[in-house]
Structures are given as structure tokens and as C-alpha cells.
Design a protein around this ligand. Structure first.
Ligand SMILES: C[S@@+](CC[C@H](N)C(=O)[O-])C[C@H]1O[C@@H](n2cnc3c(N)ncnc32)[C@H](O)[C@@H]1O
Length: 257
């Protein structure tokens, strides 16, 4: 007779490869030899203190949830989680893991793209947008859509380009004096035409100034930076009115009212 643990190990292998190393109640892990160590537990260590310990009654949207590591952590704190991803294999992993972890009642996994959120009127107290921005061809479109779904907090994590300088950008720049655009602290997004780390879906790398600027421009205020490339944001009541109007107009042009 096959033991429960052997059956679980077989299922882990059958559902692989795993990007999230989930620790299961039976002691097994889904990706114990992950190249980034105990991933994403090490990243969660940095983020978790920025999020309330008690999340009963709090709604969460986890965009690009993968095998559900963050969704499960937030569900354990009492949140109700909608977790979306485009990849059916990751969703299979996540649904199986939810059963193993006994969290099926508080996390709902759906196959959907971030862009589809534009068609929904639902908002969430807490939105996670971690490790997805740079995989998108149209990342600012996604960020603008997401910003309209955030009631209280957005946790944003992205691949960045080196450089922590931040220039004070002027309200306007003369047409024939564009030198500041080449300064290290100018908000910048490097386009990766071919591939990065063997992954052709790594399209963009923001520098730190760029991350701050695109978040601001989407109407978000950075409240904390708990780690490298991680930004905890809140909707900014004092957001730039011109950007807000332009964003609204563009979203209407693309998706209708
Ligand atoms: C690098 S992983 C990040 C996973 C997880 N959020 C984390 O931080 O560990 C990127 C995830 O985004 C998903 N993804 C890629 N494009 C997406 C899209 N347009 N909408 C939703 N998810 C997407 C991928 O399938 C993958 O699970």
C-alpha cells in the first residue's frame, strides 16, 4: 500500500516544475532545491510585517498567484482571497496545494489575465502585484487597471535595473533640453528585446526612480519599501490630476466606459 506521504510526493512530481516552494503539513516541500533558496518564503519575510496580522473581513486579490504561496499566507491571517493567473499548470498546483493545506474555503483560484480585471467592477482591500509587471508587454496599462481596484494597499514587486538614484523631475522639460533624460536618477524602464535569465517574457526592467514614478503616475503613494524591488503602496488622495485624467481617458478608449 502506498503511504499518504509517497502519494503526495508523486503528486508534487506530477504537477512540477514548481516556482513556489510550499511547505506542506506532511513535511514535504514542493521545490526544496529552488535556485533562489526557500522561495518565496524569504521574500515574504520582508513583506509580512507591513501587512496586518489579522485580516478577517479583508478581501485580497493576488495577481499572478503562481502556486499560491502569498494567497495561502494571507488566507492564514483570515483574508478572503481571489487569486488569478494565466498559466493552467500553476493553477493546478495551487488548487492541489489548497486542498493539502486545508485552505480551499478562503482562497479561490481563477484563470484570468490582469488585463481582464478592467472588465470587473470589484475592488479589493489588498492587492498583490508581485513578479508580474515586467512579464507584461503593456505593464503600465496593467498598473493603471490595478490601481483602480485597490481600496487600501497594493504590494508591488518587480524586476529592476541597477541604480538607486532618484532625480527630482521637473514639471516640464524644454523640447531642446532633454539631457536630464539620460541622468542616472531619471525614471527609466529598460526594454529587453530578446531574453533575460533565459526568459523571453522578461520584457522590462524599471530603475528604482522609474518604479516610484510609475506608481505615482498611476495614483499610488509608496508607504513602505520593505526590501529591494518591493513597494507597499496606498491610493493617493492627492494624486496628480492631469495624469489621472489622461489615464481615465485611455482606459475608456481601450475598454469603453
Ligand atoms: C515570476 S512569477 C511571480 C509569481 C508570484 N506572484 C510571486 O511573486 O512569487 C509570474 C507569474 O505571473 C503569471 N502571469 C504572467 N502573465 C500574467 C498575466 N497577464 N496575468 C496574470 N498572471 C500572469 C505567470 O503565470 C506566473 O505565475
Amino acid at each position: 500500500m502506498i503511504s499518504a506521504s509517497t502519494a503526495s510526493q508523486r503528486e508534487i512530481q506530477r504537477l512540477g516544475p514548481w516556482f513556489h516552494n510550499l511547505h506542506l503539513p506532511n513535511g514535504l516541500q514542493t521545490a526544496p532545491d529552488h535556485a533562489l533558496g526557500d522561495f518565496p518564503a524569504t521574500k515574504w519575510q520582508k513583506v509580512q510585517s507591513c501587512i496586518p496580522e489579522q485580516l478577517s473581513g479583508v478581501s485580497v486579490l493576488d495577481i499572478g498567484c503562481n502556486a499560491g504561496f502569498y494567497s495561502f499566507e494571507l488566507a492564514r491571517r483570515g483574508a478572503t482571497v481571489l487569486a488569478i493567473d494565466t498559466d493552467p499548470l500553476y493553477l493546478k498546483q495551487a488548487r492541489w496545494a489548497a486542498r493539502e493545506l486545508g485552505l480551499t474555503a478562503s482562497v479561490c483560484f481563477e484563470q484570468a489575465s490582469v488585463y481582464q480585471l478592467a472588465r470587473s467592477s470589484q475592488c479589493f482591500d489588498l492587492v498583490l502585484f508581485m513578479g508580474v509587471f515586467y512579464h507584461l508587454r503593456h505593464p503600465l496599462l496593467a498598473l493603471d487597471i490595478i490601481a483602480s481596484k485597490v481600496r487600501r494597499w497594493l504590494v508591488f514587486q518587480t524586476l529592476t535595473a541597477p541604480g538607486m538614484e532618484v532625480s527630482q523631475t521637473p514639471a516640464d522639460l524644454p523640447l531642446l533640453a532633454r539631457e536630464p533624460l539620460a541622468e542616472p536618477g531619471w525614471p527609466r524602464m529598460a526594454f529587453i528585446e530578446h531574453s533575460l535569465a533565459g526568459d523571453p517574457t522578461n520584457w522590462w526592467a524599471l530603475n528604482h526612480a522609474g518604479a516610484l514614478a510609475v506608481l505615482r503616475s498611476s495614483g499610488l503613494r509608496v508607504a513602505a519599501q520593505p526590501g529591494h524591488e518591493i513597494y507597499v503602496c496606498e491610493p493617493d488622495a492627492a494624486k496628480d490630476a492631469v495624469s489621472a485624467q489622461l489615464v481615465e481617458r485611455e482606459l475608456k478608449e481601450i475598454f469603453g466606459s
